[in-house]
Every structure is written in C-alpha cells, then in structure tokens.
Design a protein around this ligand. Structure first.
Ligand SMILES: [Zn+2]
Length: 491
C-alpha cells in the first residue's frame, strides 16, 4: 500500500471529481467562468465534509492558466501543480485553532497589501475560523471591510454560531451538509476499486457507520483496515481496529454509570479510544431493545437487560432523550468525549446517582509537575487561594455562560499557584485540551478577574487523583485546616 495518506491521495482535484456537493460546485464554477469572484467566502459544515478540498480546488481554478471550459482547474499548469504540491506562494492556509494562527492573522494585515507573486489571486484559507480571538476577528474584519485587490478569503468553520455576524455578512456563505450513506459508499467503493482490494459488505458498512457523515473519516477508517488487511480479514478484526464499541463494552459502561463510577468510565473510554458516536448509537439500539422487551413483557429480543432492571421506563426515556441531544452536541463540539461526559453527569443527576470519587492515593501522580506543598509557603498565594476558593462555586456557576463543559470541568478540578501562574489541576487530559484553548483561557482569565479582582496567567495540568475543590469551597468560613486539606499537608 502507498505510504501517502489515503485521504490526501484520493482527495478530489477538481469540481467534477467531487462526490455530492453539486450545489456548491455549480455556484463556484459559474462565478469562476463569469469572473465574478467574491472577496470572501465562508464554508460551514462538520469535520470532513469537504470544505478544505473545495477551497483548494477553487484556489486552483481562479489561478489556473488553462482553465477548462466548465470552470474546472486543469491540474497541469504551473499554478495548479504548485497548489497540488503545496508550493504556491500566494496560497496561505491558516489554522485558527493553533496559537500560530493568531500570529498569522496579525502578520497577514501587514503582508496583504503586496500583490500576488505567482498567480492572479492571493488566497487566504482560514480553517476553524471561529477559534480566532476577539482581536484577531477585529483585524480580520478591518481587512474584509477594505479588501485589497485580488485577495480572496475562504473561511471554514464547524461552528458558525461562534463567528461574528459582522464577519459572516461580508462573506458569501455555503453550508456543507453531512455526506449521506450513499455518498460515503460511493467514495469508499471508488477507492477500494482503485486499490484493487476486496472487502466484505458488512465491513464496508461498519467503515461508513463509524465515519458518521465524514468523507475524511471514511478514508481514515479504510486506511486503518488496509493496515491489517489480509485475505482472512474478519468483521471482528475491523470492530477492534476501528474501536467500535461492541455490546460487552456497552454493558460495562452502563453498569458503571448506574453505580456512579464516572471516572472508571472515562478511563475506559480514554484507554480504548472508543468511537463515541458509535457508542451512543449502539447504546440507543440496546436501550430500544430493553424498552421493547419491557413493553411486550416478554423476551422479544434475546438480550441480557439486567443492567436496566432497576431503572423506571420514564427514566430510561430520559436517558434516550439525553443521548439523542448528545449526538447533536457532538456535531458542533471539539471533543466528543466531553459531550458524552456532560450527558452522563445529567443522567446521574436525573437518576439520583451519587458520584463515586476515585480512591485517593497518597502518592502524587507522575503527571503532576509542580510541587503543591512548595506553594503554600508563599503567604500572598495563600490569601489568593482562599479568596479564589471561596469564590470557586461562583466561578463554576458563571462559566456556564461560556459553556457547560467548562463549568463541568471546573467542578471536578482544583487549582494551585506556581510563581505568578494560576494552575488549574484537572483529572483528564481532554479537560486540559479544552481549557487551554485560546478562547476558553481568555474567557476564564477575565471571569476570574471579574469575580476576585486579580489578574492571572492561566495554565492547566493533569492529575488523575485531583481532589475537586468544589465541596470545600462551599463553606463560608475557611480556616487553616481547610488550607492544609486543600494542599494535602499532613498536620
Ligand atoms: Zn491549471
């Protein structure tokens, strides 16, 4: 098999190569043929729905030296070849989700006045544009208000509601729907044919199911399958390689949930990198069977439904509703697992299940890089930490305005000070990943400032054994013992 990533290898190179997306292609091809190019476009859709692929095809077409009659790029001229090889100096791709992205936007303002070097148009593709900071959006808006000649912006986002209206209104907008089962099946069959391999229909179905409407994930899944491909490839092999949650896994998770072992569940998901969407869909399928058996008062489906025995039908229906909503939330979220965790917390509340905190271990986790005891010696920090701790509940409550994930995370976290830094200690890596996103960080810093009046540089570390602060912070009077307890100092 070729070393090149399948998704890149089989990335459509012209509009007519695309599976689906006819409506977007048609409009863009017309604009190209009529030389009626807008200054800015915004592409909105889920991950892997073809936004970047179309942005690149469009970039080629408007710079192509030998455009085809229908508006497709030739893929042969110097400009097309340069773009295909990622060597085109007038095409700049910015990932707004990275820190680098924000610097790029600032630089962009200075460089943008220069004419294109290689082609007719200079193109800026800004991926995940909703991640830009307020300052970066302002900088971008200024540029869009007075667009330099021969510059085209293509903004791509999975969360259009987080992009300022002022920006959207200056762009031509295209919405990219999820690929249908048939679209993904067409794409998969095309590549399988070109790779000259044979794959069972049941396996193809699994690949498409796990991809959940994403062209890119379909190719990534196929790549994983090809990595273990042999004549004797079985369905079970593919279940394993795609981290597909089978019925045994599903039963373990629900059993743990009803016993309040949320941490065990999250560990299990992290360790097995389970596909969350498949987990939810398979759980819904299982729960449907439980409900049918219960309604018919007989074993219509031959399943082991003991786990749900003590849960009332109404409560099971609540679970179903929460799961369906989670699927929606996942489509616009950066972390599938976070969405699922929040839903689990809602379910536990609804079912009056008490959260069982993990057993505290005296020895510090290896991942804790700072010495918590050291910081206690600094008096100023003690005052600050008492202040912050007294207001922690308020901060958790207010952070819901940003999103429920943040407040959920903070309620299971602690903090410490290291030099001038305020360090949030979280139990899971994906909490940290979310909290250190530029926008989350900015929001949290300003919220803390608003509540306790002090400015902090924020950082975040993972400690699986972290003791959430929330229960102690609710006490009105904080004394020395609390501080000792907070920093786990033996008296
Ligand atoms: Zn060309």
């Amino acid at each position: 098999m070729n070393d090149l990533i399948l998704y890149q290898q089989y990335r459509p190179q012209k509009f007519t190569d695309l599976i689906a997306r006819e409506s977007v292609s048609k409009v863009l091809m017309n604009e190209i043929l009529n030389k009626n190019i807008a200054n800015a476009y915004i592409f909105f859709g889920n991950k892997g729905t073809g936004k970047t692929s179309i942005a690149r095809i469009f970039s080629k077409a408007i710079n192509c030296l030998d455009l085809e009659k229908n508006g497709d790029p030739c893929n042969k001229c110097v400009n097309c070849v340069a773009i295909n090889d990622s060597n085109f100096m007038d095409l700049l791709e910015i990932d707004a989700a990275s820190n680098r992205g924000i610097d790029d936007i600032r630089e962009l303002k200075d460089k943008i006045q220069f004419a294109p070097v290689m082609g007719k148009y200079k193109i800026y593709i800004i991926d995940e544009v909703h991640m830009l900071t307020k300052d970066a959006f302002n900088a971008l808006l200024k540029t869009l208000e007075e667009p330099p000649k021969n510059v085209v912006f293509i903004l791509a986002t999975t969360e259009i509601n987080k992009v300022p209206e002022t920006i959207i209104s200056r762009c031509q907008r295209f919405d990219f729907l999820n690929a249908s089962y048939q679209d993904l099946s067409d794409q998969l069959n095309k590549v399988i044919k070109l790779e000259k391999i044979k794959i069972d229909d049941s396996i193809k179905e699994l690949i498409i199911t796990v991809a959940d409407g994403s062209f890119r994930d379909t190719m990534t899944n196929l790549q994983k399958v090809l990595a273990i491909y042999s004549e004797n490839l079985t369905y079970k092999d593919v279940v394993t390689i795609l981290n597909f949650p089978d019925i045994e896994f599903i039963k373990i998770i629900w059993k743990d949930l009803f016993e309040g072992n949320l941490d065990t569940i999250l560990d299990n998901f992290e360790k097995n990198t389970i596909n969350i969407i498949s987990f939810i869909k398979n759980s819904l399928d299982f729960i449907k069977k439980v409900l049918v058996n219960r309604t018919l008062s007989k074993k219509y489906y031959d399943i082991d439904d003991e786990i749900f025995e003590n849960i009332s039908t109404q409560k099971i229906l609540n679970i179903v509703n929460i799961l369906i909503k989670t699927l929606d939330d996942i489509r616009v979220s950066s972390s599938d697992l976070v969405c699922l965790e929040i839903s689990f917390i809602f379910m536990m509340q609804d079912l009056n299940i008490e959260y069982k905190a993990p057993v505290q271990n005296k020895s510090k986790s290896l991942e804790t890089k700072i010495d918590l005891k050291k910081t206690v010696l600094i008096t100023e920090d003690n005052i600050l930490s008492v202040k912050l701790r007294n207001n922690w509940t308020e901060i958790i409550e207010k952070s819901k305005v940003f999103n429920h994930h943040m407040s959920g995370f903070l309620s299971k976290s602690a903090f410490s000070f290291d030099d001038k830094k305020l360090i949030i200690i979280v139990p899971f890596a994906f909490y940290r990943d979310m909290l250190i996103e530029v926008k989350s960080k900015e929001y949290l810093s300003s919220l803390i400032k608003e509540v306790i009046g002090d400015d902090f540089v924020l950082d975040c570390i993972v400690d699986k054994k972290v003791k959430p602060i929330v229960s102690v912070s609710q006490q009105k009077n904080v004394d020395e013992d609390d501080i000792k307890e907070l920093f786990e100092i033996d008296s």
